[in-house]
Design a protein around this ligand. Structure first.
Ligand code: PEP
Ligand code: MN
Length: 334
């Protein structure tokens, strides 16, 4: 399945900013394993302090719709949902500060439920809650599941730390919900984004949500974690898709493990045989018994070939092996 790629600025700032980013995005060359771009940008920003940029609000909806990509924005209230439906915003996401509150999530689910299925989003991205509580995350997924809208779980960490265990547990319990990584909010650090994107690939995540801005240093929010379209292109160029382990390879690995164990025993026994023949050599020398005793070799061969025939084992292979072992014995006794 193609990886989901959701990219765009933390926040809509003005129409010119959106145009510049989307023009640059049109030039991106995506790896063959990536699906088409979904453009993300927040217009109602859940900022910690009221003294910071809070998002452009409803005005941003019409600017977003001019973007030549399907668009996604964050919703946290019923009013946000109605505004998105009115403007035909394609996708929505629930932020970490929303998924932590089951009452708010339920209210959003109930609001979408009242909206005709045709007007519901094409998909909803659900960030992990801002606490390491997988049940809250799964609870949010379950509250939105009755909408019959494609849902995506987005691992964005807690306090700039990854919570891989929580992400895998969410995926284990809801395996049909694709799991994406948001390396931007997870690290809060643009220099970590590439590394985390590759880690997500190695861990078989189903895609990424990445913050991209043409001038990260001038961004009105999350400026430290946003990367430029060129940086994103470099990251995409460097991604290496791990070779998937097929069922056949898994079985082969197990059988080879067993084979190695049998070989270990086989070589131990061959070593024991060599040591025994050295002891026999000492006795032969002491009692002046000839080293080569053809009748003995004939006996061994005759007995072992009957044994091989009864077991349908290739007799010429058994014969060659006995001659080889015999040669080694004779050499060790000379
Ligand atoms: C965002 O994606 O811009 C955002 C606010 O996300 P989070 O809820 O993960 O902080
Ligand atoms: Mn952000």
């Amino acid at each position: 399945m193609l990886k989901t790629l959701v990219i765009g600025p933390c926040a809509v700032e003005n129409p010119q900013q959106l145009r510049e980013i989307s023009e640059a995005m049109k030039e991106l060359v995506l790896p063959s394993f990536c699906g088409p771009i979904i453009f993300r940008a927040g217009i109602w920003k859940p900022r910690t302090s009221p003294n910071t940029f809070q998002g452009v609000g409803n005005a941003g909806l019409t600017w977003l719709k001019e973007i030549p990509f399907p668009v996604a924005t964050e919703v946290a209230t019923a009013e946000h949902i109605y505004a998105c439906v009115k403007t035909h915003i394609d996708y929505c996401w629930l932020g970490t500060r929303t998924t932590i509150n089951p009452i708010v999530v339920q209210e959003l689910a109930d609001t979408w439920q009242k909206i005709s299925p045709l007007d519901r989003p094409k998909g909803i991205f659900i960030k992990n809650p801002m606490a390491q509580d997988v049940d809250l995350w799964i609870g949010a997924i379950d509250r939105l599941s009755p909408l019959n809208v494609p849902l995506y779980a987005v691992h964005r960490g807690v306090n700039h730390h990854p919570c891989w265990k929580m992400a895998f547990e969410c995926h284990r319990q809801r395996p049909n919900i694709p799991l994406l990584l948001d390396p931007s909010h997870l690290s809060g650090d643009a220099s970590q984004v590439g590394l985390l994107c590759q880690q997500a690939l190695d861990l078989d995540f189903d895609g990424w949500m990445i913050e991209v801005h043409c001038h990260p240093d001038k961004a009105l929010s999350d400026s430290k974690q946003q990367i430029t379209p060129q940086q994103l292109q470099n990251i995409l160029n460097g991604l290496v898709l791990p070779t998937p382990i097929t069922e056949g390879q898994k079985v082969l690995k197990e059988l080879r493990k067993q084979m190695d164990e049998v070989d270990d025993e086989l070589w131990d026994i061959i070593q024991q045989r060599i040591e025994l023949s050295q002891k026999i050599g000492v006795v032969k020398k002491k009692y002046h018994i000839p080293i080569l005793q053809v009748e003995r070799l004939q006996d061994i061969l005759q007995h072992r070939l009957i044994w091989a025939r009864e077991r349908h084992i290739d007799t010429s292979f058994v014969e060659q092996l006995i001659i080889l072992l015999h040669e080694v014995s004779i050499k060790s006794q000379i």
